[in-house]
Design a protein around this ligand. Structure first.
Ligand code: ATP
Ligand code: MG
Length: 240
């Protein structure tokens, strides 16, 4: 449902994504790994139209991702994004954060949206925190609210940009557990992560990016255990 063909992206005169192509099928979990500055976040942001790109073509369900076109709003509601920092509204309760998109963007009736939001908070294990404000929640809880909020838009796919790297180590597991259960339920996911255990266990495919180049991709047992490219080998030696 997501297709990238020969994507090139520059900031000014510096090209940071060089000719990247890959696709993501419905229900697939694709993990993107790679060193800092390799272009992982930029690539994700191109997929849901938060960044423009200069070459190639990205399609979501056949619709061209073009920040200047009218379809971009529809694409952004179909492809949700979860960030490293939780990006919740601090003055709204957890429940209101989850219901906000459905009410204001999808124009759902308020009562129905709140009821659905409560179900989603239950799904991420936070039914008891519905009326708490983000500053009253731990980082792991805030990130789970952010995931519930992404789910509230009933997206076809969710993009995660290092969802656990801002968390204290003891809070990482609860967020990964929620992501694991989403994957098991068949959610289409693209996950930029440094959690190699998660990638190994959950990913259908792992992509290794280095210097804006898609160096290697394949099933996790190949890319993570028997990398072919010396750059992948070198990166994994440093992180594992
Ligand atoms: P990290 O693991 O540290 O999050 P990353 O793989 O996500 O890194 P990106 O944030 O995508 O890397 O950055 C890729 C390159 O693009 C880097 O060289 C970065 O300096 C550059 N870059 C990113 N955003 C901008 C911007 N808004 N303006 C100019 N250059 C940018
Ligand atoms: Mg990044």
């Amino acid at each position: 449902i997501i297709e990238l063909k020969n994507i090139r992206k520059s900031f000014g005169t510096i090209e940071v994504i060089h000719d990247i192509s890959f696709s993501v099928k419905k229900g697939e979990v694709v993990c993107i790994i790679g060193p800092s500055g390799s272009g992982k976040s930029t690539l994700l942001r191109c997929i849901n139209g938060l960044e423009t790109y200069q070459g190639g073509e990205i399609r979501v369900h056949g619709d061209r991702v073009d920040t200047a076109s009218k379809s971009i709003r529809r694409i952004r509601t179909r492809v949700a994004m979860v960030f490293q920092r939780f990006n919740l509204f601090p003055h709204m309760t957890a429940l209101e954060n989850v219901a906000e998109g459905p009410i204001y963007v999808k124009k759902e009736p308020r009562e129905k949206a709140l009821e659905h939001a409560r179900e989603l908070l239950t799904r991420v294990g936070l039914a008891a925190k519905a009326d708490s404000y983000p500053p009253q929640l731990s980082g792991g809880q805030q990130q789970r609210v952010a995931i519930a909020r992404a789910l509230g838009m009933q997206p076809d796919a969710i993009l995660f940009d290092e969802p656990t790297s801002a968390l204290d180590p003891e809070l990482v597991g609860e967020v990964l557990a929620v992501m694991r259960s989403l994957a098991a339920e068949g959610m289409t996911m693209v996950v930029v992560t440094h959690e190699m255990g998660f990638a190994r266990e959950v990913a259908d495919r792992v992509l290794f990016l280095d210097g804006g180049v898609l160096v290697e991709q394949g099933p996790p047992e190949e890319v993570l255990s028997r990398p072919q490219n010396p750059r992948t080998q070198d990166f994994l030696r440093r992180v594992l």
